[in-house]
Design a protein. Structure first.
Length: 477
């Protein structure tokens, strides 16, 4: 057992701890640190994720010490209400296209590799529930292509001729041109039956949605943060004196948070990673690959604190630091940016709903790229609850936790579509994240299963540091 004790000034921050009276005067305090606890764990399969991300992942990438990831997506569409039909007829629709918005740096792999995106119209509404293992076969006609176009992730590529020349607030766009009849059909449907546009549930009977996949190229997966169907109209007004042409742009429908969108993921994990898992290594891999299940000596920590009867005691803190080992690969696929630590029995329920870590039964840590570790520093309340609600007796489910990768949305991110651009640029150049890039002033709005980018890391559980701090209070005689 390893104990470190230090005499410090009395700093009482709770009067409800075990053995603490209502009045303490003339006391001295020893702070005890115990880091003799061990952490054990193993890799678990996590290959099915609920459809809870707004980020649409598109492309194919293969890397050593990772594997081959293929991702395409399906999406229901939110219709515009109302469609502006003033002074416009279906005959004045000039062209239309799907416009996909990409955050700058929002990709993994080769930025300039040309790839071809192909868009299909769904033939029937998507099933509910839906998850990352969904196979779109049978939900679209492979011969019914709405459109195709080449795209890259940078304006430096010649294949970007179809992309917008201007980046809009940290974004750039590429478009897939569609026959004007698609827009004309939507326009005419609104004219004849506008009520179905009030609700996406009724609209999907007319337009079930889209399936977007890559039909050429590999070497990159790209994040798409916005998908819109834009319509361009050309109206000419002729008078005796002048001829005037009006060019008008409308958005008839889009993929939004209110409608169903799902990334269809297929990950062929490399043999080297499978061998690590078979040898007992703790591997976390995204998207939809591996979690790590760990056992914490919760009862041992509680007993260590409760069995110190020589003095009055105050439970100060418990922290968990887990070293991480980056796996070398040729695509700069780095560790997950965030890990969620939660009792394993509660993980699925937590991630299936809108939740945030409460530092009481769920905790999160951001990867520290300078120290190569994840640190969960606010676990005190978890142990206090066991002391108060279960009289310090931990059941097996109180000791088994899941370490699962998550995507984190903060209030600062929400103003920019959910992306931290400085973090994206670090990821672009270095392939991993620095903990210092997170803003201490930002508040978490929501966490979701990690699906925004591929990642992989090996956790060094043997050298994990689980630290207990508590104070021993003595009355001065």
């Amino acid at each position: 057992m390893s104990f470190v004790a230090a005499i410090v000034l009395l700093a009482i921050h709770s009067c409800s701890e075990t053995g603490i009276g209502s009045s303490l005067t003339a006391t001295r305090t020893e702070v005890v640190k115990d880091s003799s606890f061990s952490v054990t764990g193993y890799t678990t399969i996590n290959n099915t994720l609920p459809a809870r991300t707004l980020t649409q992942l598109l492309g194919v990438i293969q890397a050593d010490n990772y594997g081959k990831l293929t991702s395409d997506f399906v999406s229901q569409m939110m219709p515009a209400w109302p469609i502006d039909t003033s002074y416009i007829t279906a005959n004045e629709i000039d062209s239309c296209c799907f416009v996909f918005q990409l955050p700058i740096g929002g990709y993994t792999g080769d930025s300039i590799t040309p790839m071809r995106a192909t868009v299909y119209k769904l033939s029937k509404p998507l099933p509910r529930p839906i998850n990352s293992s969904f196979d779109p076969t049978g939900y679209y006609d492979s011969n019914d292509i709405l459109g195709s176009a080449s795209f890259s992730a940078t304006a430096l590529s010649a294949a970007d001729s179809i992309a917008s020349d201007l980046d809009d607030g940290g974004y750039r766009e590429f478009s897939v041109k569609v026959d004007r009849s698609v827009a004309a059909d939507i326009f005419n449907k609104f004219m004849s039956d506008p009520e179905i546009f009030r609700d996406p549930a009724t609209f999907e009977d007319f337009f079930p949605g889209i399936y977007v996949t890559t039909t050429f190229g590999s070497g990159r997966v790209t994040n798409i943060s916005s998908t819109q169907f834009k319509v361009y109209c050309r109206r000419e007004i002729h008078t005796e004196d002048t001829d005037t042409t009006y060019n008008l742009t409308y958005s008839y429908m889009a993929s939004t948070e209110e409608v169903l969108s799902n990334n269809n993921l297929r990950l062929d994990i490399s043999d080297s990673v499978k061998e690590m898992v078979a040898n007992g290594e703790a591997i976390v891999q995204t998207p939809a690959a591996y979690d790590v299940t760990i056992t914490l000596p919760v009862q041992e920590i509680l007993d260590r604190y409760r069995n110190d009867t020589e003095a009055q005691t105050v439970f100060n803190s418990v922290s968990l630091e887990i070293p991480a080992v980056e796996l070398v690969n040729d695509r700069k696929i780095g560790p997950p940016e965030y890990l969620l630590l939660i009792p394993a029995a509660k993980k699925n329920e937590f991630l299936s709903k809108t939740n945030v870590p409460d530092n009481e039964t769920s905790f999160y840590a951001q990867y520290d790229g300078t120290k190569d570790c994840y640190v969960f520093s606010e676990m005190r309340q978890y142990f206090l609850n066991l002391l108060e609600e279960k009289d310090g007796v931990a059941e097996e489910e109180d000791c088994v936790f899941s370490l699962t990768p998550i995507d984190v949305l903060t209030d600062s991110d929400s103003d920019t579509g959910g992306f931290d651009y400085s973090t994206w640029m670090y990821y672009l150049y270095y392939g991993y994240y620095y903990g210092s890039q997170s803003s201490s002033s930002s508040s978490i709005i929501e966490v979701k299963p990690a699906m925004e980018r591929p990642s992989i890391v090996k956790l060094d559980l043997e050298n994990a540091k689980l630290k207990l701090y508590y104070s021993r209070l003595f009355e001065n005689n």
